[in-house]
Each structure stands twice: as structure tokens, then as C-alpha cells.
Design a protein around this ligand. Structure first.
Ligand code: C5P
Length: 264
């Protein structure tokens, strides 16, 4: 288990849809003994709630007011994954549907919603070590994260992974449809004006196209556990030297200009 200071260490994992951030984040957090947060779950939860009660996801003011009016709670599973509850309800069973996925792009482009959810996300990482995945965790939510990982993979491979996931959960799935929806969602994440998907300029980029997600998680864990020159494990403020580094595969994924470098 990694030591927890007043704030602990923050591991940010960003990347496009279906790249395996959640599985990897969960494995890393489990191995380090700290909580794991899938921030996309919050956008999905709000999207699902809006759809359920008939609020148009494109009505920015109504969706923002819905967000702030809900009671948000996060409870850890036995394995340390934080689950989102809104108004007392665990949303997990409702939010993986492809209709929710598609509609979540509009909710994620809503500036007030982003500001609100960002505050919740920062709150979760305020007092303990945390692994959090999303699109803007290393660039916006925790620009001073101790470790920033940008996970990438070819879209065909990402679509196959999502297809297998949906099938395994008994949800309807079609490979071509998933691929198209994924590209559409990526584009929306890349192009949105507020906190778009982009690599932090100090992120370590890992292409998982030809790796299993266990291999990706092991790489990250090795990076974090690698002893520093004084023989101790690297802690907050010690920027790891990249093990795997290459320019991002997401061509439109702008590297964030002037992004703050991790503390040295
Ligand atoms: O990661 P996941 O696909 O579950 O995320 C659902 C949606 O939430 C995505 O389409 C993305 O637009 C949005 N999202 C975001 N910022 C985050 C996490 C997710 O915009 N930090």
C-alpha cells in the first residue's frame, strides 16, 4: 500500500472511449491499495437521470440545475472502486447502455456541469491517494497529479473491447455501430470548447493496442513503485521517467499548450 499523506498521491489516467482506462485504473488502484474513481460514471449518471425524467440533454440550463439539485454520494466497493449514487440510488446498472453513452457527449460539453463535477472529483482526491480516470483528469481536474498516464489504442481494437464488454453484460451490441458511435464521441470529446480530451504535455503515453490491460496496469504499477535514487519509492512530487513514450495516436488530440509540468 502506498503511504497516504495529508493529500496522498494522485494518479490520473486519461484517454479516448473504450481504451481500457477503467479496467487499468481499477487494477492499479487495487494493487496500490487506494480508491479508484471512474469520472465518466458521473457524466453518465447525470445523462441517465436527465433521460429518465425527460430533461433534454441539450438544454444546458436545465441539465446544470438538475446536476446541482441531485444528492451525489460515492461509496467504495469491497475492492475500492467508488460507485456513484444519485439521490440514494446506485446508478451502475443504468449507465452502460449505448443510448446513455451517445447522449453523454452533450452533457459533457456543458460548462456548468463540468465545473460542478470537477469540484466533486477534486473533493474525492482531496485527502487520500487516488487513481482517477477520465478525459481531463491530468489536464484540468488534477493538473498537479503525481503521475499522468494517457492511454491510447486503435479505434478498431477499442470497439472490439467495448463490444465484448457489452456482450458479457448481456447488453445489445453491434461492432460497426459501436465503432461509429465511439468515433463520434471521441470527436465530441476532442473538439469541445471546455476541457477537451488532450494529452497533458507531461503525460506518459501508453498505446494498449497490442497489450493486454493487465500488461498496461503492470507497466504503470512498475513506474509508480520504481525506487528513486535514494532507494525509497517515488512519492508525490517526484516525476517518473517515462517508460513508454511516443507521440499520441489521437491525431486531433492537442497536447495541452503550456500545461503545468509535474512537480519535480
Ligand atoms: O469514460 P466514459 O465513456 O464512461 O465517459 C462517458 C462520457 O463522459 C464520455 O463520452 C465523455 O464525453 C465524458 N467524460 C468527460 N470527462 C471526463 C470523463 C468522461 O467529458 N473526465
Amino acid at each position: 500500500m502506498i503511504p497516504r499523506g495529508r493529500r496522498g498521491i494522485v494518479i490520473a489516467i486519461d484517454g479516448p472511449a473504450g481504451v481500457g482506462k477503467s479496467t487499468v485504473g481499477h487494477l492499479v488502484a487495487k494493487s496500490l491499495g487506494c480508491p479508484f474513481v471512474n469520472s465518466g460514471e458521473m457524466y453518465r449518471a447525470l445523462t441517465w437521470k436527465a433521460m429518465q425524467i425527460g430533461v433534454d440533454v441539450n438544454d444546458a440550463a436545465r441539465v446544470a440545475s438538475l446536476a446541482t439539485g441531485l444528492r451525489w454520494e460515492f461509496h467504495p466497493t469491497a475492492e475500492g472502486t467508488m460507485r456513484t449514487f444519485i439521490d440514494g440510488e446506485n446508478v451502475a446498472a443504468h449507465i452502460r447502455d449505448e443510448r446513455v453513452s451517445a447522449a453523454s457527449s452533450a452533457v459533457a460539453a456543458n460548462p456548468e456541469v463540468r465545473r460542478f463535477l470537477c469540484r466533486l472529483q477534486r473533493g474525492l482526491g482531496a485527502s487520500s491517494s487516488i487513481v482517477m480516470e477520465g478525459r481531463d483528469i491530468g489536464t484540468h481536474v488534477f493538473p498537479d497529479a503525481d503521475y499522468k498516464i494517457y492511454l491510447d489504442a486503435e479505434v478498431g481494437e477499442r470497439a472490439k473491447r467495448r463490444y465484448r464488454q457489452l456482450k458479457a453484460s448481456g447488453l445489445p451490441a453491434g461492432l460497426q455501430r459501436i465503432r461509429e458511435a465511439m468515433l463520434k464521441r471521441d470527436l465530441s470529446d476532442l473538439k469541445r470548447r471546455i476541457n477537451p480530451l488532450c494529452q497533458a504535455d507531461d503525460a506518459i503515453v501508453i498505446d494498449s493496442t497490442h497489450l493486454t490491460l493487465h500488461e498496461v496496469a503492470s507497466k504503470i504499477i512498475r513506474l509508480i513503485r520504481r525506487p528513486s535514487s535514494n532507494g525509497r519509492s517515488r512519492r508525490a512530487g517526484a516525476r517518473p521517467r517515462p517508460e513508454v513514450e511516443r507521440p499520441g495516436r489521437v491525431q486531433e488530440g492537442r497536447r495541452r499548450a503550456g500545461a503545468r509540468r509535474a512537480r519535480r
